[in-house]
Design a protein around this ligand. Structure first.
Ligand SMILES: *Cc1c(COP(=O)(O)O)cnc(C)c1O
Length: 381
C-alpha cells in the first residue's frame, strides 16, 4: 500500500526536497555531538545513565510512573499489546490505524490478538462508536481488552484527537473494564498544534509512547510509558522480543537533545504543511485535506494524472513524495524549508500543466485500469 521511488536511483538527479516522511531527517551536527559525549552503560541491566535519564524525563512529561526505551515505535506497540492482552483477546482501534495496516500483522502473528476496526472520519472514532462496538462477555467471542488510538492519526491525515474526545473514549473504555493505549508516534506534534501539554493529552491512558525518529529528528528511539507494573511487564516482552539493548545511551542522548531543541520547532513544520496545502489546493484538479499538523494528504484525480506517474515526475525533479493509503502524501519535517515548499508547488504546477497539455481530455481515474508500479519500492510510515 506504500509506494515511493528509490531515493538513490543513479539514473535520477539527487533528491533535493525530501517530503517522503518525517523519518527522513538526518541527525544534526549538534545532535551528533551530544551522542558522542553521552555517558553510557548496559541498558539491559538498567545501568545506562543516559537511557535512565531519558526514561525518567519522558515518564514525567507524560505523567506516568515509569518508562522504557525501545529501538522503534513498532516495538512499543507490540510490547504494549503483549503486556495488556492475552492470546484470543480483541483490541479495538481505528480501521486506518498503524497497528491495523502497517505493522505486518504483528499483533495477530506474535500476540494472537484480533483487532476490531472502528470507523470514523480522519482516523478518529467517537466514544459512541466505541460504545456500540463493545459487547458483554460471551465465551463464543473474543474477549475485548484494549482500546488503542493514534495521536496524531497517520492515515487520518495527521489529525489531532482533542482532549475532550480522548477523555470520553477513556471513560467508555475504563467503564467497560478495557485498558487504553495511545500510539503517540506524533503526540508532540499534537501538543504543539493544540497548545496542550503531553501530560494532558496522555491523561487517563494506561500506556503511551512517543517516537523520536519522526519529526523530533533523532536517528532512532521511542519511549513507552505507563504504570510501574505495566512497564515491568513490558520489560519481560522487550527481553522476549530481543529488544533489550546495551550502550544505548548514545541513542538516548539524541532523544534528550530532541526534547531540548526540536519540540517547539514542530510549529514550523505545521506552518510549512499549511503553506504546502494552501498552494496545492490552488492547482486545478488537486484536492487537499487541510493539515492540522505536518502530514499533507492530497488527491490528483482531477488532473487526469495517475499517482505513480505524478510521483515519478516529481522524483525526476529531485522531489520525493509517496502514496499512502490510496492518496498522495507529503510530509514536512526539520530538513524542509519554506523555500522548498514554494519550489515543490511550482514544480507540481508545471507537472500538472504539462500533463494536461499533452492529454487535454484525460479520463477520470475510475475508468483507468490500475497500472502496476514501475518504480522501486520502499516502505514509508
Ligand atoms: C511511524 C509510526 C509507527 C511506528 O514507528 P516506528 O518508529 O517507525 O517503528 C507507529 N504508529 C504510527 C502512527 C506511526 O506513524
Amino acid at each position: 500500500m506504500v509506494y515511493a521511488p528509490a531515493p538513490d536511483d543513479p539514473l535520477l538527479p539527487p533528491v533535493r526536497i525530501n517530503l517522503l516522511s518525517d523519518t527522513q531527517t538526518t541527525p544534526s551536527r549538534a545532535m551528533r555531538a551530544a551522542m558522542a559525549e553521552a555517558a553510557v552503560g548496559d541498558e539491559q541491566i538498567g545501568a545506562d545513565p543516559t537511557v535512565n535519564r531519558l526514561c525518567e524525563r519522558v515518564a514525567d512529561l507524560l505523567g506516568k510512573e515509569a518508562a522504557v526505551f525501545m529501538a522503534t515505535g513498532t516495538i512499543c506497540n507490540i510490547a504494549a499489546t503483549l503486556a495488556h492482552c492475552r492470546a484470543g483477546d480483541e483490541i479495538l482501534a481505528h480501521e486506518s490505524s498503524h497497528i491495523v495496516s502497517l505493522e505486518g500483522c504483528t499483533h495477530a502473528a506474535l500476540g494472537g490478538f484480533q483487532i476490531k476496526p472502528l470507523a470514523g472520519a480522519r482516523g478518529q472514532f467517537s466514544a459512541d462508536t466505541l460504545r456500540a462496538a463493545l459487547r458483554p462477555p460471551d465465551r463464543h467471542q473474543a474477549k475485548q481488552t484494549l482500546v488503542s488510538v493514534e495521536q496524531t492519526t497517520n492515515l487520518g491525515g495527521g489529525t489531532v484527537w482533542s482532549k475532550p474526545v480522548l477523555d470520553e473514549v477513556v471513560a467508555v473504555a475504563h467503564a467497560a473494564g478495557l485498558a487504553t493505549h495511545m500510539d503517540g508516534a506524533r503526540l508532540l506534534n499534537a501538543c504543539v498544534a493544540s497548545a496542550t501539554s503531553p501530560r494532558q493529552l496522555a491523561e487517563g491512558w494506561d500506556s503511551v509512547w512517543i517516537d523520536f525518529s519522526k519529526g523530533l529528528g533523532a536517528p532512532l528511539g521511542a519511549v513507552l510509558a505507563g504504570s510501574r507494573d505495566f512497564i515491568d511487564e513490558v520489560w519481560r516482552w522487550k527481553q522476549r522480543l530481543g529488544g533489550s539493548l546495551r550502550q544505548a545511551g548514545i541513542c538516548a542522548a539524541a532523544c534528550i537533545f530532541a526534547l531540548d531543541h526540536n519540540v517547539h520547532r514542530l510549529a514550523g513544520d505545521h506552518a510549512n504543511a499549511a503553506l504546502l496545502a494552501s498552494r496545492l489546493a490552488a492547482i486545478d484538479g488537486v484536492t487537499v485535506q487541510f493539515p492540522e499538523t505536518n502530514l499533507v494528504y492530497f488527491d490528483i484525480t482531477g488532473t487526469g494524472l495517475a499517482d505513480d506517474a505524478f510521483v515519478a515526475a516529481l522524483r525526476s525533479h529531485g522531489i520525493l513524495i509517496s502514496t499512502l493509503g490510496g492518496r498522495l502524501r507529503a510530509c514536512t519535517h526539520l530538513d524542509v524549508t519554506p523555500a522548498m515548499i514554494i519550489e515543490t508547488v511550482d514544480i507540481v504546477g508545471e507537472v500538472v500543466r504539462t500533463a494536461q497539455r499533452s492529454r487535454p481530455r484525460a479520463e477520470p481515474r475510475s475508468s483507468v485500469p490500475a497500472q502496476p508500479m514501475v518504480l522501486a519500492r520502499t516502505t514509508v510510515v
